[in-house]
Write a protein that binds this ligand. Structure first.
Ligand SMILES: [Zn+2]
Length: 66
């Protein structure tokens, strides 16, 4: 997936669309995990950092939390 300021993250239920602020904000600290924490800003203003290993690619500019 290309980094793009238009990149989006869908919530698990697909009803909420967040904006990916940084695909690689920091390395995942879970033991043995090769993923990166993705900085996502949601419409309500909250920020979360799901692991890239816990997301699937929906299309070129869209990921979804599993
Ligand atoms: Zn991880």
């Amino acid at each position: 997936m290309e980094k793009s300021k238009e990149a989006r993250m869908l919530s698990r239920d697909g009803k909420t669309v967040g904006t990916i602020m940084n695909l690689r904000s920091r390395r995942c600290m879970m033991e043995g995990c090769p993923g990166w924490r993705i900085h996502v800003r949601w419409p309500d203003g909250s920020n979360t950092y799901p692991c890239s290993c816990g997301c699937k690619s929906v299309d070129k500019d869209t990921l979804q939390i599993l």
